[in-house]
Design a binder for this molecule. Structure first.
Ligand SMILES: [Fe+2]
Ligand SMILES: [Fe+2]
Length: 335
């Protein structure tokens, strides 16, 4: 089946009959019986979806068991808005979800969503690693990235932020940029720039061992929810330490940054300025992307509870530059 409709072109009220990647299917129980929630995606974005079927629990359970995350399915349903977010509801079209569309009939570029410039991000990350002046630490970071090459491919999360191919590397790069800007930009605070960079780049390395490729998507592995990416990251860094031997102080500081990078929500709060800088960078990168994703689904002047950020967002209108009066440079009394 040829790709005839993209997610970006769907509006509320549309009847949709097109092929999408099905991700994260979950079997739910509601007042009216069983239903499935999942995310549909293609090269242009993603859309929440609910599969209701035609009224029988057994039918929904059968479809749930047949669905393989990451595969492409023909999705026939209606787009509508639920709690401020557009979603696709599938009733009669449930039968199409029992068999995926064969991958050899599909063009990958139609289905893989990634706003990240993977090659550019890689280049900038490598330049930052090269700028780590202490060579054992610099080599340690390079070896970590070489040992876990999925770092450059996997998403940073399942739903919330950077949930696209190349998302982890993009997020880690943003954290490194911001954390190092804090190290350079705060007057009178003497920070270990090398450690800030190493910690920022590796803070989420555990996510590189949390996903595997299936079809057109990355599927999270059980370890991701059973242990969490912080524990996985610490395991990975400890394993590398067995081979690389960083000086004890650097190794301890790096482990501390990984362990504390979730700030107030971490098992231990950050104990050093470097660990706080990585935490603030992490928080800023995640929050700004979540709010931005929510604002994309909001019309100007509308307050909405965002599905990514979990908080209220409001889309302010920006004045049209062309209609602004041209004013001369400000002549004040201060300068
Ligand atoms: Fe994290
Ligand atoms: Fe992170």
């Amino acid at each position: 089946m040829e790709k005839n409709l993209y997610i970006k072109d769907i509006s509320p009220g549309d009847t949709v009959d097109a092929t999408f990647v099905v991700e994260q299917p979950s079997l739910m129980s509601g007042k009216k019986g069983k239903y499935i929630t999942c995310t549909l995606s293609d090269a242009t974005g993603s859309l929440p979806c609910k599969i209701w079927g035609t009224g029988k629990d057994e039918q929904v359970i059968g479809v749930y068991e047949a669905l393989t995350a990451g595969m492409v399915y023909r999705c026939y349903g209606n787009a509508s808005v639920f709690r401020g977010t557009m979603e696709l509801n599938i009733n009669d079209g449930v039968g199409y979800l029992c068999t995926p569309v064969m991958t050899e009939h599909l063009v990958p570029e139609d289905y893989v969503y990634s706003p990240a410039d993977i090659e550019e991000n890689k280049k900038e990350l490598f330049a930052l690693v090269r700028s780590i002046a202490r060579t054992p630490l610099q080599h340690f970071v390079f070896v970590a990235l070489e040992t876990y090459p999925l770092f450059f491919e996997v998403p940073a999360a399942r739903y919330k932020h950077h949930a696209y191919i190349g998302g982890l590397a993009e997020h880690s790069l943003e954290v490194a940029r911001m954390a190092v800007a804090m190290a350079d930009g705060v007057s009178g605070v003497d920070m270990d720039r090398d450690m800030v960079l190493a910690g920022a780049i590796l803070h989420d390395i555990g996510k590189a061992a949390s996903f595997e490729k299936q079809g057109f998507a990355f599927i999270s592995l059980p370890a991701y929810s059973l242990m969490g990416h912080t524990t996985l990251g610490i395991q990975m860094v400890s394993r590398l330490q067995g081979e690389r031997r960083l000086p004890e102080e650097d190794y301890a500081h790096l482990l501390h940054i990984l362990q504390s990078h979730h700030g107030e929500y971490a098992e231990v709060r950050p104990h050093s300025a470097e660990a706080w800088a990585v935490h603030f960078g992490d928080n800023a990168s995640a929050t700004l992307h979540e709010v931005d994703e929510d604002l994309r689904e909001t019309t100007p002047g509308e307050v909405m509870k965002g599905r990514h950020s979990g908080g209220l967002v409001f889309r302010f209108e920006r004045p049209d530059k062309a209609s602004l009066p041209q004013e001369k440079e400000y002549q004040g009394t201060l300068f």
